[in-house]
Unconditional design. Structure first.
Length: 95
């Protein structure tokens, strides 16, 4: 009888490990994603005060951020959204 209980415990542990490794939603996840970068012009100089926008193409919701004096920006989004980024100066951000 003792062997049967040990085998059942072993199978339960194996099942829990299999579920844990196969189901990504069972593990903790970050609740938000971010896009951050630096805006540079053609001569690789930073570009301050540029508006950077990213749009969720599914909902058409746009988030905007303005670069600081070092040309840095940071946009916070929930994960798993389709985003397109662009800058107001005509140059593309280096993401």
């Amino acid at each position: 009888m003792n062997i049967i209980l040990k085998r059942q415990k072993f199978l339960v542990v194996c099942a829990i490990i299999a579920i844990w490794t196969c189901v990504p939603g069972a593990r903790a996840q970050e609740t938000r994603g971010s896009i951050q970068g630096t805006i540079l012009d053609g001569s690789e100089a930073v570009v301050p005060r540029v508006v950077v926008a990213a749009t969720n193409t599914g909902t058409n919701v746009t988030l905007k951020a303005t670069t600081n004096q070092e040309g840095l920006y940071n946009l916070m989004f929930p994960p798993q959204q389709n985003l397109w980024g662009d800058s107001g100066s005509g140059s593309r951000p280096k993401l």
